[in-house]
Design a protein around this ligand. Structure first.
Ligand SMILES: [Zn+2]
Length: 533
């Protein structure tokens, strides 16, 4: 009998399973014919998702152009340096949106580009050296070696943050022909002109006919009045015209032939070209950081509208920035932290290393349109919160069901959906998940009771929201399969020692674990453990 109990506990606490145990893996309907399944619930929630559209400045009901398909394009990184906190925010934000759309039953095509050419140092004035070329010279590498090196490191960091890979990850240098075709179209439509081997977009003409600045709320006349003309811009007809194709100077490494001579594409062009190539002339969602609204996305709108005769994007979604102790993050301010430094703790501003899941949880604690202020205190608090959430799931798997429940769990699931449907309000959804954590811990302490039905409901909520939608997972330092197995073995042996009244053994195990930062809690029906900071 004892070995059967041990086996059962192992099955129920087996790591790697979102809803552990044999019974839990079976569809609810097999047991409770009247319950609606998560798929059905998700389907009902599908028609109630509101997203804030930067273009209209209001929350709008998300209605894809051709349901059940949904298309999403997100501006990816320019791969010329190590990935940093600023890269993690859009990656996590749009990963949650992607996961939520998938959860709701949409068939999503998620396109996120890699910029490997054309992003100049000064992106507002459209001047300076190509960022990748400059890095290639500094590191004595081929530009494509720079691209490969930092793209690999970006992918590695994204994997550690548990972001799902996009459906398509197109690169600007792989779409030169398509970019030349769009330039041709813009010239023939009268919105672009050739000047000294370069091609520029005619912003003044576009503004006259189609109004430039609708996304950022900028007015061209005001922009002109408030800025001075920079030197070296004589090729342009208008001060705010931007390059579609740049003539390559003799020393420029990355260059392609064109009818206007050797050159390279302007940065904004790739996104207009690759988004419409893979998602159609008109598509659902375009995402990116708020810092891209102007000039990048404004120029994208102008290019696509002028080339295709209509705007391409239906919902513009933008995430806010990460600040550090209230300051903007910048290399020049010395507060620039790469993801690798965060994961290893190797930076003067860091008190310790922070795990990828802690970073992810930290980002979910703020709404994506709010600024997110990084500090050691906030990260430490996030780490504790994440451990509490994961510990509650382990406790849940060990709960003994009662005949009746003394606490109501029925509203939690709906409240989580309502929060997510309200423009992906992850902090509010997390607060509801912590209501579930409280209920689980009270039940485990014998202060409340839950039926098997309610325990399953809570397990389902964890599966859907914590794992599928939020993308949080047990990780190496907190929930790795081997560690969980070792802990189960050790704590089962401690239970056996207690049963034999060998208190010195059971206390020694508890105290040694405590010294290692692992707290053991004796529960009414067994035990629970968590890693405490
Ligand atoms: Zn872009």
């Amino acid at each position: 009998m004892w070995s059967l109990l041990v086996w059962w506990r192992r099955v129920r606490t087996a790591p790697g399973k979102v809803i552990p145990g044999l019974f839990y893996d079976m569809p609810f309907r097999a047991y409770y014919p009247k319950r609606i399944t998560f798929a059905e619930r998700a389907d009902a929630m599908k028609n109630a998702l509101y997203l804030y559209n930067t273009l209209t400045r209001k929350k709008e009901l998300f209605e894809p152009l051709t349901p059940p398909f949904a298309g999403m394009y997100v501006c990816g990184p320019t791969v010329y340096s190590e990935s940093h906190l600023g890269h993690a925010r859009p990656a996590v934000t749009f990963d949650v949106l992607y996961r939520y759309l998938l959860h709701l039953g949409y068939k999503v095509r998620y396109v996120r580009n890699i910029t490997d050419v054309g992003h100049l140092e000064n992106e507002v004035d459209d001047t300076g050296e190509d960022r990748i070329s400059r890095r290639a010279k500094q590191e004595h590498l081929e530009p494509m070696e720079v691209v490969q090196k930092y793209m690999n490191s970006f992918h590695k960091a994204m994997e550690r943050l548990n972001t799902l890979p996009p459906s398509i990850e197109p690169r600007a240098s792989g779409h030169i022909i398509e970019q030349l075709q769009m330039i041709d179209k813009l010239i023939s439509n009268g919105y672009a002109y050739v000047s000294n081997g370069s091609v520029y977009f005619d912003v003044e003409k576009y503004d006259k006919n189609l109004s430039y600045g609708i996304l950022s709320g900028r007015v061209l006349e005001d922009m002109k009045a408030n800025s001075r003309v920079l030197e070296g811009q004589e090729e342009k007809h208008g001060q705010f015209d931007f390059a579609l194709w740049k003539k390559a100077s003799p020393g420029h490494i990355m260059r392609w032939p064109s009818q206007w001579g050797e050159g390279f594409p302007g940065w904004h062009l790739e996104c207009s070209v690759m988004s419409t190539k893979y998602l159609g002339d008109v598509f659902d969602i375009h995402g990116g950081g708020m810092d891209l609204i102007f000039p990048h996305h404004e120029c994208e709108i102008a290019q696509s509208t002028a080339a295709l005769g209509k705007p391409s994007v239906r919902y513009w979604v933008h995430n806010n920035m990460v600040t550090i102790n209230g300051q903007k993050m910048a290399r020049s301010l010395g507060n620039f932290i790469t993801l690798e430094e965060l994961f290893t703790g190797n930076h003067k501003l860091l008190l310790q290393a922070y795990s990828p899941m802690t970073i992810r949880f930290f980002m979910l604690q703020a709404h994506y349109r709010s600024t997110l202020d990084f500090s050691n205190e906030a990260l430490l608090a996030a780490s504790v919160g994440l451990q509490k959430l994961m510990a509650a799931e382990r406790t849940l798997a060990n709960l003994k069901p009662s005949v009746t429940s003394t606490i109501d769990v029925s509203g939690i699931e709906n409240k989580c959906y309502e929060a997510m449907n309200d423009d992906l309000n992850t902090p509010v959804a997390l607060a509801h998940l912590f209501d579930a954590v409280r209920i689980i811990n009270l039940t485990s302490d014998g202060k409340e009771k839950l039926t098997e039905d309610d325990i399953k409901t809570l397990a389902g909520i964890f599966k859907a929201f914590v794992h599928e939608i939020f993308g949080l997972m047990a990780e190496e330092d907190g929930g790795n399969e081997k560690l969980a197995g070792v802990m189960t073995l050790l704590l089962d042996m401690r239970q056996e020692a207690k049963a034999r009244k060998e208190w010195s053994v059971s206390d020694r195990i508890r105290d040694r674990l405590s010294e290692l930062g692992i707290t053991v809690k004796d529960r009414k029906d067994g035990y629970d453990w968590e890693i405490t900071v």
